[in-house]
Write a protein that binds this ligand. Structure first.
Ligand code: FAD
Length: 201
């Protein structure tokens, strides 16, 4: 049983995983089992080139970020399980006991973060009734989002990145994933607001 499974290894999903992973020494997070589906074939990053994203050297390719971000996650936080090359097809169950089916197998998890981007090809069974037209993209682009309040779709299911309804900029998607991570940390810390900082002191 996972405590959380993150669906999507793009900007928002990896950002969420990095912040959750970084909390491994916190008493309320140290026993948590965290996994991320690092499927990347349909990431917006595949064709992107970045000159305007905070902290990223100008000229960086999205395809480079895809490789480097999973490497950073596995080197810094190896306890976060990366499930690559698996596509999530279906979600069933309720908060505390979801069953998540992929093209290869199935997993049980207490909570879920969906970070699969705002493409209209979204087709995860069990979530389709939350799909609405994207509120911050031009209609001609035919983008979608999941209905949510401050990233919470329904009890136990969070959405992050462009699928949450934010505009498509790397920094916004990354912030959205990090925001969901701190919501989960706060949940695990019995509602006490939580964040994770490293310091040179
Ligand atoms: C060509 C292009 C150029 C861009 N240039 C810029 C720029 O210059 N500056 C800027 O700030 N932003 C830019 N962007 C936007 C930026 O890349 C996106 O805003 C950002 O990647 C969105 O992050 P996300 O996490 O929502 O989605 P993504 O990064 O696309 O991640 C979604 C992930 O979910 C995975 N996934 C999808 N379905 C499933 C499933 N069923 N199961 C498991 N995994 C799944 C995908 O493979 C992918 O890895 C550009 C985008 C494009 C397309």
């Amino acid at each position: 049983m996972f405590d959380v499974l993150i669906i999507g290894g793009g900007v928002a999903g990896i950002s969420c995983a990095l912040v959750l992973g970084s909390a491994r020494n916190k008493h309320f997070a140290s026993d948590k089992k965290i996994g991320i589906f690092t499927h990347q074939k349909s990431s917006n990053l595949q064709e992107a080139l970045f000159n305007n994203a905070y902290g990223i050297p100008a000229g960086t390719l999205g395809s480079t970020l895809l490789l480097e971000s999973t490497k950073q996650l596995s080197e810094q936080y190896p306890h976060v399980l990366q499930l690559d090359n698996e596509k999530v097809l279906r979600i069933e169950g309720i908060a505390g006991n979801f069953r998540l089916t992929t093209n290869k197998t199935s997993y049980n998890t207490k909570t879920i973060v969906v970070a699969t981007n705002s493409s209209v090809t979204f087709n995860i069974e069990g979530l389709m009734h939350f799909v609405i037209p994207h509120k911050k993209a031009v209609p001609e682009k035919n983008r979608i989002q999941l209905e949510n309040i401050d990233h919470l779709v329904t009890n136990g299911i969070y959405v992050a990145g462009t699928l949450s309804g934010c505009r498509s900029q790397l920094a916004i998607a990354a912030g959205s994933g990090a925001a969901v991570a701190t919501d989960l940390l706060t949940l695990w810390n019995n509602g006490i607001h939580s964040q994770v900082h490293d310091s040179i002191k």
